[in-house]
Design a binder for this molecule. Sequence first.
Ligand SMILES: [Zn+2]
Length: 489
Amino acid sequence: MSDQFVAIQIGAVSFVDEGTEPVLDILQERAKVNKLFLATPTWTRGTGGRQIPGHPLPDHGVQEYDLDWVGGNYATVHPEFYGNTVLGPVGRAPEHPDLDLLDEVVSAAKKRGIGSYAWIEESGYAAELRRYPNFPKVLEVDVWGRPARRPCFNNPDYRNWHLSIVEDYAKSYDLEGLAWCSERPGPLNLIIQRPVDASAISCFCDHCKTIARNQGIDPQKAQAGFRELLKWSQATASGAKDSDGAFTSFWRILLHYPEVLAWQNLWTESQRQLYRDIYGVAKACNGDLQVGWHVYHDISFSPFYRADQDYAALAECSDFLKVVIYNNCAGPRFHTWINSICQSLFADATPAEVYPLMLKLLGLDEGDYDRLPSTGFSADYVRRETVRAKAKVATADSPCLIYPGIDIDIPVGTNPVAAEDRRRRRESPVGINNDATSGDDLTHCTRESVRDAVRAAFDGGADGVVLSRKYSEIELDNLSGVGDALAGL
Ligand SMILES: [Zn+2]
C-alpha cells in the first residue's frame, strides 16, 4: 500500500447503502485510500447525503435521490458534553436513527490500517439549523440591526456548542483527527463579489460590538459604512452607479469609513479564534488528534479572500490545511465568479476584460474566459496552488501540512431540479461556490483528469490529498484515476 496520505470525504449514506466492508474494499483497491474524512456533522449536500438531485447518479449506491435528506450529527450525541450552551445536545441527523457512523466505521477501518477523521461542516446557512430550539438566539445581526440567518462566531452559545461537539468526538471515539469546514468569506468580501441583500452584511451583535470597542473600532461608524456600501451595491447592480464609476465610489466609502475594513478583519479574526479554540480543546482532550481546516474555493478566485486567509497565519493553529484546488469545477465556478464581480466591484469593466487581470493577480494561468465552463482549469493549477501553499506555510513558525482537495465528479452547472433543492434547503444563498453555467458541453472529470490532478498535487510537494467532495457523487472508474496516479509515484 502507498504510504502517501490519501483521504476521501465520505458520508453516512454510503456505508448504509453499500455496506461498510464493501465500501472500504473499493476505496482501498481503486484509490489506495488510507484515511477517511467521515462527514459528521454536516447539513450540506456538498458532503452529506446522496447525489444532488438533478445531477446524474453515480454507478454505485442506491439509484434513487434522497429528496428529503436533512443532515446533522451522525454520531451519538452524548449530553454530558453539551453544557454551557443554550443549544444543548441537539443536532442528531434524523436519517439512519440506529446508526452511529463513527462506531460503525472507525474500528473496521482501523483493522485495515485506515485512519479516521471527523469531517465537521459548520453549514452555517442551513435552514435545518434554525429549526433547532434556541438557534435564533445565536444568529448574527445584520447591517440594519436585525438577526440575520447565519450563526455568529462570537456568540458564546454557538462557540460552546461547536466546542461541545469537538469534546464529544475527541473523548468518545478513536479518531486520528478533525477536519473543520466553514465556507464563509465575511461581510466585505461578500459585498465586493456580487450584489447582496442586507441580511448578508453582518455581524453587528452585542458580542461583536464589544470586541470591536475593546480594539478601538467604532461599531456605529462601521455599521454606517456598511449601510453606504449596501446602497452602493444595490445602485451598482441596478445599473445606476455613481458617475465617478463603481470602483472609485467604492474606494471613496473606504476613505470615509475605514472601519469597514477593520470590521472585515474582526470578522475573519473571530472565525480564526474559533479555530484556535477548537484546536486547543481538541488537543486538551486528546493530544494525538490532528486538527486542520478546509479552505474553500474562494481562495483561488478572490484576492480579497486570499488576503484574509494567510496560510502562514493559519499554520499557527493548524496541523494541516485541506486546500480546495478543485480543477474541473473551477472553470464553471470562476466563470460565474467573474461575472458576479462585474456586477459589483468591477462593474466598470466586462468579464472578458476583468478575467485576464484576475489571472495575473491570482497567479493563475488558464484558457479563454468564454470556454471556462467547458474546459475547467488545468491539472497544472493543482500543482501551482500546492506550491504556493507549501511556500507560505514554510514561512510559519509552526509546521503545517498541505493536503490539496482533489475534484472527482463535483457536479457542475445548474439545472432547475438542483436549483429548487438548493433553494428549499437555503444552501449557499449568497454566492458561495456559485455556478450559474449550463449547457450540454460543460466540463467533466475523467479517470485521466483525476490521475493528472493527483500527480500534479504531489509534483507540487503535497503532503497528501483529500478526494472530494463525497464518495456518493464519484464514478468508480474516475476514483481509479487516483490509484493510477499513485502507482506511478
Ligand atoms: Zn456577532
